[in-house]
Design a protein around this ligand. Structure first.
Ligand SMILES: Cc1cc2nc3c(=O)[nH]c(=O)nc-3n(C[C@H](O)[C@H](O)[C@H](O)COP(=O)(O)OP(=O)(O)OC[C@H]3O[C@@H](n4cnc5c(N)ncnc54)[C@H](O)[C@@H]3O)c2cc1C
Length: 467
């Protein structure tokens, strides 16, 4: 009997729970589906993420060919393609790693039903996160809605497992052997699926991911001091690799727990944020449509479309915001500190609905991940679980002075300000002849308007506790 392992956001051949289970069961075929439902939503036909995925698949294919086999690369709706392939291969079971996004859950349900009708089993595994679903619970058996107690319980549960981080072995000698001349290495796949190549700054694939992880391992102990400065490479830069599963969360956790330094502890905490938001998305799928704290949906955002467009283009007259947005537009990358700054600026100073910013990030970010992005936007707009209080509003000027004090990041991405000194660069509007966009709104004025806009929630909050 053969088995079929369907790769989705786990584009790797090592430490992969579904693949490991499939290989232990029988001769395994591997498949990936370019899902037309997802592709049809991508406006930009030069979307770098498609090149990233294709490069990851090419790396997998090259390894498979050395083992005398090949990847089945399909194009269409998974609920049609996967049962068709499984049936053709006479597979007993289809193996996948669990995906917590609402669309993916719905899709997997349909695939499972179709397979059931064909008498083929569908097995799902936990792989993308360390703890999932109800594995981290409050003492009364509920789900956490606030991060710090969740993190403490996560760490306690990790301690209780004996801090064992499994490594799911994938002996590739058990792969089914076959030749496929129609493989991704030979075909002009991008063109066939209607996209154009656009190599991202970070190349796809496990080799690149492991190289980056190795480099970061040497820098881990400095993470706590370095992580907030966008001009430095103080963070791992691994988010895109974990998003597409070129490396496993266990690969990252092994590094995070390899040192007792403050840097290692803070980095581990970031990985726990990732688990937290995946759990929230899984348990509260309404967050994809509206606020986690539902009363925040009553806010009437006052922002103007033209201000939103200026934000998108990096032309707000606020140098730190403009630099961050221009880098995003050009590379698909944005530092975490700046994600918080621009998200807070859009919602609380430009008074634009957080869902518009969330959607723009979804279109542009190389590491776009529904759970983390939604969590980040709802945190910034104060509508989410364990969000910052609504009356805390990031001041883009002081953020700029604190985290880009020399103006190095601004100078790189807003070259028209490169001639300014480190004092003026954060506020060119205070100069006599600034030669730069005037701020599209006044920070002070709109800060007050924001507090008034959120007042509806403050009134509600007195009646109903918010978390
Ligand atoms: C408005 C907003 C939107 C965001 N959108 C995304 C997104 O679409 N995809 C995404 O992966 N992250 C998102 N984040 C979280 C964070 O900004 C990125 O994970 C981080 O910048 C990635 O860089 P890194 O790999 O160098 O991170 P590191 O600092 O090295 O952290 C290691 C890993 O931990 C995870 N992580 C770190 N911070 C967070 C966080 N706050 N929430 C969840 N996971 C985290 C990521 O997988 C990251 O790769 C968002 C944050 C905000 C405020």
């Amino acid at each position: 009997m053969s088995t079929l392992c369907w790769l989705r956001r786990d584009l790797r051949l090592h430490d992969n729970q579904a693949l490991s289970a499939a290989l232990s069961e029988g001769e395994t075929h591997l498949a990936f589906v370019f899902d037309t439902h997802i592709l049809s939503k991508l406006q930009d036909k030069k979307d770098r993420r498609i090149t990233f995925i294709l490069d990851s698949l090419k790396e997998i294919e090259a390894t498979l060919q050395k083992k005398g086999t090949s990847l089945h690369v399909l194009y269409g709706r998974p609920e049609e393609e996967i049962p068709k392939l499984a049936s053709l291969l006479k597979a007993s079971t289809v193996y996948v790693n669990r995906d917590y996004e609402p669309y993916a859950k719905e899709r997997d349900k349909k695939v499972e039903q179709k397979l059931k009708a064909l008498k083929i089993k569908f097995e799902q595994f936990k792989d993308a996160v360390f703890f999932e679903k109800r594995e981290v619970l409050t003492n009364t058996g509920g789900l956490y809605k606030v991060f710090t107690p969740y993190k403490n319980k996560w760490l306690e549960s990790f301690e209780n497992t004996g801090k064992i981080i499994s490594d799911f072995e994938c002996p590739l000698k058990h792969l089914a052997k076959f030749e496929n001349p129609e493989n991704v290495l030979n075909k002009d796949w991008l063109k066939e699926i209607g996209f154009k190549p656009n190599p991202p700054l970070l190349p796809g694939g496990t080799q690149a991911a492991k190289k980056r992880l190795k480099k970061f391992t040497e820098e881990l102990d400095q993470y706590a001091e370095m992580r907030n400065f966008p001009a430095l490479e103080g963070t791992s830069g691994l988010s895109v690799y974990i998003r597409f599963g070129n490396i496993s969360i266990r690969d990252m956790l092994r590094v995070a727990t390899s040192s007792n330094s403050e840097g290692a502890r803070v980095w581990l905490s970031e990985l726990i944020w990732r688990d937290f938001y995946q759990m929230i998305l899984d348990a509260y799928p309404h967050v994809t449509k509206g606020s986690f704290k539902r009363e925040y949906d009553q806010i009437k955002y006052l922002g103007k479309e033209e201000d939103f467009l200026a934000w998108c283009q990096g032309e707000t007259g606020y140098p730190i915001v403009d630099a961050a947005m221009r880098r995003l537009n050009e590379t698909g990358l944005m530092h975490n500190r700046l994600r918080m700054v621009v998200a807070s600026f859009l919602t609380k100073i430009l008074l634009v609905d957080w869902r518009k910013g969330e959607a723009y990030f979804a279109e542009k970010l190389l590491d776009y991940d529904l759970a983390a992005n939604n969590g980040g936007w709802q945190w910034s707009s104060s509508s989410g679980c364990d969000a910052q209080p609504y009356f805390r509003i990031f001041n883009p000027y002081t953020q700029s002075e604190k985290f880009d004090s020399e103006g190095k990041f601004i100078k790189k991405w807003v070259p028209e300000l490169a001639h300014l000194g480190k004092k003026e660069i954060h506020r060119p509007d205070t100069l006599l002849n600034p030669q730069y966009f005037a701020p599209i709104v006044s920070y002070e004025l709109n800060r007050q308007r924001c507090l008034a806009m959120y007042a509806v929630v403050a009134k509600q909050g007195k009646k109903t506790p918010i978390s």
